[in-house]
Design a binder for this molecule. Structure first.
Ligand code: PLZ
Length: 458
């Protein structure tokens, strides 16, 4: 029998190898997952946690299948990684082919075409109509690290600025760039120096217009750092772990103008928001922002590890030869998968799928918000949507964070075969990051479970 996972790559419509439906057949976690959890606790560091300890055996489209045969609707996509769907046919086929040809040579020793092709595709699809170059690395945090290195080399300056509520990674530099100390930095210091946390735009809580929020941020940068010492300002166009904050209109382009006027490199961390996640290739486009450098990771290679720094050629060329790279950066199999991701987005018009998903989610969430006043705000773009929960009876007024409700809803949904993720500086945001393969029927099914979860809060 032929393997449909590979042969189906040329089919016009996606072919799913797992029925796209939820199904719960055991207690959650089931007995096999519990056995694995016991084995894991002996050999895997307890510093590595798992939000839902069901062990996944198979994943396809928008569905996760665990070792006990339970099927979950996946509204997390591995935190925004399997954006075009789990085990997407074209990605699987491209990676399988590449495995037969070349698995590794190391681009800095003997190069290969796939790396060059990914850089071409990034130059074409990132915002800004100018000459661009890229470096490929392994992870989001490594992309952030390289973006900062390149900006420092280009400007000859030392300071790095980030925004409140940011998340940029878990490496030594990036843990200093996160807003939350716990769990990312607590006890892991000393932290990297010369990292400054400037005020962000969080319209739901600060009520500021884009112009006023930008003026506040710029005031901080000028007073606390001084433009002449600032190498770069690193910003997530829609903040991810922080809680899907959509900045007020004008905030990002105003900051970019100030950066340009002051010789500061402005870097878009599009690691969570990029690669067709929000109904555009890059979320920056929603705000009319054309960043100097753009960081891609997560969704870029359909689940294989790959990340990139892409940007203005004159900035990207600041490094001396040999200053950028790494053993696995731009691995041929990951690059082949990334090429397939770009092709799949274009061929199946997945940007439109992001807009469809937003419309379905928003309509459903608005219905829920009319009935449950603890939904303080619905926000986000495309397949990057969230609700922020506040204390009961207070509605939109006091906005006291309600993390307990998020925890309870996530737990309830998991028991019913739906994987939701939490987020937010205050832990009170429920975020939806489905793959673009999720059907309206699955979204509606997930929303029904969400409704039951709200009702169960009493
Ligand atoms: N920048 C905007 O979202 C990764 C973290 C999951 P890496 N976010 C998910 C977890 O708990 O580790 C992320 C991000 C933004 C950078 C990163 C870091 O990307 O690939 O995890 O290093």
């Amino acid at each position: 029998m032929t393997d449909t996972r590979i042969d189906a790559q040329t089919a016009a419509a996606p072919v799913y190898t797992v029925p796209q439906e939820r199904k719960i057949v055991t207690a959650i976690p089931g007995p096999k997952s519990q056995e694995l959890q016991a084995r894991r606790s002996k050999v895997v560091s307890s510093g590595v946690s798992s939000a839902l300890p069901v062990y996944i055996e198979r994943a396809n489209g928008a569905i996760l299948v665990d070792v006990d045969g339970n099927q979950f609707i996946d509204f997390g996509a591995g935190i925004g990684v399997t954006t075009i769907g789990h085990t997407e046919q074209r990605v699987v086929a491209a990676a399988a082919d590449q495995l037969q040809d070349v698995i590794h040579t190391l681009f800095t020793i003997t190069p290969y075409e796939e790396y060059v092709r990914v850089a071409e595709l990034l130059a074409e699809h990132t915002p800004g109509n100018w000459e661009k170059k890229s470096v490929l690395v392994n992870s989001g945090a490594e992309a952030v690290e390289n973006g900062v290195k390149i900006a420092r080399k280009h400007t000859g300056r030392r300071a790095v600025a980030v925004l409140d509520h940011a998340y940029h990674g878990r490496t030594n530099l990036t843990m200093a760039m996160n807003y939350k100390a716990m769990p990312y930095a607590t006890g892991f210091g000393p932290l990297a120096g010369d990292v400054y946390h400037a005020p962000s735009s969080y319209p739901y809580r600060d009520g500021l217009s884009g112009a006023d929020a930008a003026a506040r941020t710029i005031g901080y940068l000028e007073k606390v750092i001084g433009a002449s010492d600032l190498a770069c300002l690193v910003v997530e166009p829609i903040q991810g772990e922080g809680g899907f904050m959509v900045p007020a209109d004008g905030f990002l382009p105003t900051l970019q103008t100030w950066c340009t006027e002051n010789g500061v490199v402005m870097i878009a961390d599009e690691i969570q928001s990029g690669m067709a996640r929000t109904g555009r290739y890059y979320a920056s486009e929603h705000f009319g922002w054309e960043p100097d450098l753009v960081l891609s990771a997560k969704g870029i290679a359909g689940g294989l590890p790959l990340a990139a720094v892409t940007g203005r050629a004159e900035i990207m060329d600041a490094s001396q030869p040999g200053g950028l790279g790494g053993t696995f950066g731009g691995n041929p199999v990951a690059c082949a998968a990334a090429i397939a991701v770009f092709e799949s987005i274009d061929e199946h018009d997945l940007l439109a799928e992001g807009r469809r998903i937003e419309a379905t989610f928003r309509a459903g969430l608005e219905r829920l918000a009319a009935r449950y006043d603890i939904i303080g705000e619905i926000r986000g773009k495309g397949a990057m949507i969230a609700i922020e929960l506040v204390q009961p009876g207070t509605g939109q007024s006091t906005k006291a964070p309600n993390a307990e409700a998020v925890t309870a809803i996530v737990a309830f949904a998991a028991q019913h075969g739906v994987l939701f993720l939490s987020a937010g500086t205050y832990g009170n945001v429920l975020r939806f990051l489905p793959s673009l393969a999720v059907s309206d029927a699955l979204i509606e099914d997930g929303l029904r479970v969400l409704d039951d979860a709200f009702a169960s809060l009493g």
